[in-house]
Design a protein around this ligand. Structure first.
Ligand code: AMP
Length: 418
């Protein structure tokens, strides 16, 4: 029986997997430097958290959740997104009683039973950030700037920011009604007709050309914002401009989760084909109450790690794999292996990156492994060296080789590599 990674999942393997680590660090870096603290929540939660939090009518909840019954009879779901879990944790730990806003970031695996295709997987990785407890346009703008800075720090030049406002409890109902009136008059299939009644904004997100063609004259949410939402949106736009972050107004940007209010945004990359979103987020002022918490406004984003790696690839920015190690140790014979082993440990404890030849290969094989490791130096130990209490230090870039007393080799290599 040959096992393979399940459909819609894959393995990141070295050396490409190094880029995954670098992307996670780069995307989280700006938020960490802006005072966001790390939060780690479980990979599964009570199913109700997502059905209530993400929204009963969303694709995620109706079609894409990995839900199972635990041995104790509880319905659990592998997390399809991070915000509901973070808000749950903030409520559970009573953080809303402390200093506000609460700023948190996370990184981890998420699970959605999607139609697998390039850039769309059933298991994927996100870095996210959330700020709760303040309704301040500067917080929305801060998060957007932090995400854009994260992409920029990776060298990405073709990430575009799409920006919209979805209004609030005051103005959204009137817009919703106007949109429903418009949509009911269109020629649409039964499933879409049902969606008009449950969640009409999502119809705007329909990607099918025959639907898109009919949506050209649809009323736009930005024409229906109340005074407060309009002012809030203007403030966010002004702050982004002041921080030199270009954006494109996209009055049709709705996003697939129900909890968004006011600011919504998406980061897209044009080199990725159909799955162009490398990240997205927005404000979710009602989410805490929807899952049984206090009134607690919030704003946040989630950035796709896998798709950001694809974007780097599309821009030709995947770094040449750096050498795995600085030093590669080559013992010639069993006695040499016994003696070189503690030297390798000592070099590593001194802070150097060191590997050695394993498996008793001959000199040729071992030297090939040394070359392949990308190490700058090989440390070679043969019988004659053992007698002399020395090792041969070979510079693999110049092939220069010198004998160095065993007692000095740690200091010598540290010096040469510093
Ligand atoms: P969302 O929570 O859907 O807004 O997702 C935020 C980001 O996570 C998206 O912009 C993508 O970059 C990434 N993402 C979401 N779903 C998937 C998926 N199925 N496969 C790969 N990346 C995904």
């Amino acid at each position: 029986m040959n096992f393979q990674a399940p459909k819609g999942t894959f393995d990141w393997m070295p050396p490409r997997s190094e880029t995954v680590l670098a992307v996670r660090d780069a995307l989280a870096g700006p938020a960490r430097r802006a005072g966001y603290g790390y939060v780690e929540t479980p990979a599964f939660e009570d199913t109700g958290l997502f059905s209530r939090g993400v929204g009963e009518s969303t694709d995620i909840v109706t079609k894409e959740m990995y839900t199972f019954t635990s041995r104790g009879g509880q319905s659990l779901t592998l997390r399809p997104e991070g915000t509901a879990s973070v808000v749950r944790a903030v409520i559970e730990h009573g953080l809303y009683g402390g200093p506000l806003p609460i700023k948190l970031w996370y990184s981890g695996s998420f699970f959605r039973y999607e139609r697998a295709q390039a850039g769309r997987y059933r298991h994927f990785s996100q870095v996210g950030a959330e700020a709760l407890g303040a309704e301040d346009p500067a917080l929305d703008a801060e998060l957007i700037v932090l995400a854009m800075d994260g992409y920029a720090s990776l060298g990405l030049r073709h990430v575009r920011l799409l920006l919209n406002s979805l209004g609030c409890r005051e103005c959204r109902p009137a817009y919703r009604a106007a949109l429903q009136d418009f949509l009911r008059a269109l020629d649409l299939d039964e499933a879409t007709r049902q969606r008009i009644e449950i969640n009409p904004l999502r119809v705007l997100d329909d990607k099918r050309p025959e639907v898109r063609a009919q949506l050209a004259g649809a009323p736009l949410v930005t024409d229906h914002l109340c005074g407060a939402c309009k002012a809030y949106h203007e403030e966010v736009r002004g702050l982004l401009a002041a921080a030199d972050v270009p954006y494109e107004d996209d009055p049709r940007l709705v996003r697939g989760l129900d909890y968004y209010t006011r600011t919504t945004f998406e980061f897209v990359h044009d080199g990725l084909g159909a799955q162009s979103a490398v990240g997205g987020g927005g404000r979710y002022d009602g989410l805490s109450e929807m899952i049984g918490g206090p009134q607690l406004p919030g704003v946040g984003w989630a950035l796709g790690v896998d798709r950001t790696v694809l974007a780097l690839e599309a821009e030709g920015l995947l770094a040449e794999p750096a050498g795995r190690v600085d030093v590669f140790a080559v013992p010639l014979g069993e006695e040499a292996r016994r003696r070189i082993f503690p030297l390798v440990a000592a070099l590593r404890r001194a802070g150097l990156a060191v590997d050695m030849a394993f498996g008793g290969r001959g000199v040729k094989g071992a030297m090939k492994a040394a070359d392949r490791s990308g190490a700058r130096y090989a440390v070679i130990l043969g019988d004659r060296d053992i007698e002399a209490g020395a090792v041969q230090v070979k510079d693999l870039t110049t092939a220069d080789q010198t004998a160095v007393p065993l007692t000095e080799v740690v200091d010598v290599l540290k010096g040469r590599l510093s």
